[in-house]
Design a protein around this ligand. Sequence first.
Ligand SMILES: Cc1ncc(COP(=O)(O)O)c(C=O)c1O
Length: 420
Amino acid sequence: MSIDAFNSKVMTTYGRYPVTMSSGSGCTLTDTSGKVYLDFVAGIATCALGHADPTLAAAVTKQMQTMHHTSNLYYSAGQGNLAAWLVANSPADKVFFANSGAEANEAAFKLARKHASLRGVTDPVIITAGSSFHGRTLAAVTATAQPKYHQGFSYGGKMVPGFSHCVYNDVSSLRSVFKKHSSTPLRHKLLGRKRRVAAVLLESLQGEGGIRPGDKDFFEEARRLCDEHGALLICDEVQVGMGRSGKLWGFENLGVVPDAFTTAKALGGGVPIGAMCARGEAAEALGPGEHATTYGGNPLACAAGLAVAGEFSRRDILGNVVERGEQLKSGLQAIVDANPAVLSEVRGWGLLVGVEIKDSVPATAAQVVSKAMDKGLLLVPAGVKVVRFVPPLVVSEEEVGKALDMFRESVEELAKEMEK
Ligand SMILES: Cc1ncc(COP(=O)(O)O)c(C=O)c1O
């Protein structure tokens, strides 16, 4: 099918690059013209084991041939086993399975509201941070504190009620937003209502917002304020979680233990699945009939999740993320140092790394991504000025070396164009 025919039938909600991918193997993708790309996008931080991983393929094939979907009317071993793995490998006590990151976050919003409602709160407020990204459902996009994602979707100029935003990594901003919502205004009181902060929901590293790692001080203060006010600290681990930071969960880099966290992307290695994991009282807040989804945690998705989880135990994936992450970061730092007129900074954890293009440079990250793509390297912007590197977690030393060479050439090409 031609790209024009595709666009005439599929809603144009995505700005796509003009290529059609037809197959993948390990850390490479091949398009319909036969061009092979080194894939440092991995389905946007999703294909943890790369493409056509034999273990993942075998697990999904076997499950497909046995029983791929039954609904949550019945028990299924795979769902229980994947929940058990998540519980054994995180602070969580219980898991709710969804189908995507946004849906996992929706479950977290409902958990926060229900937990607050059990404490007599009628007007629960969820605090999220500026420049965050939490997904595209109406509540997730409201939590996403970036006005560009809200345009065209408000009602009476407002998005979903009950969300408030602070500045990421700014302790005083968090304190003042907390203070603002930690008491009940008189007009609410007169109506017999009670307003409180129900939760603070944060990415431990902001991905889409420009690869910004969280500050320890900020997360420690969030934890302290949540404890003081009986609110839940929830981490959105959809992009940074499942090993991408070099630790299994991003919050482990910050020394805080959240009450709940969400995961998706790498959890299924590219097979759609999401999960909202909670501990303590929070794990018990949602009861029968209070949240559900037809596909959530179905046998096929959980077989994929268990295959990915199994590979974390069988292969030293976290060790590879740390080593390859250091190689990537130091290689990118050398490129930044050699091109001070074009690039300003390298940031990130493990294999979630971003390079910022100087504000003074009249080029966007998308333009640099296109140059790299011409050379056979797939990258993805994180905001207007940051080029993001999120390869499969099993990427090799040689592949990181090749990616650095292609990125260097792209940056040098841009630098030459700027001299003209
Ligand atoms: C931190 C974070 N949360 C939530 C989402 C939404 O996930 P999904 O696209 O699977 O709904 C994303 C997607 O990029 C993300 O990066």
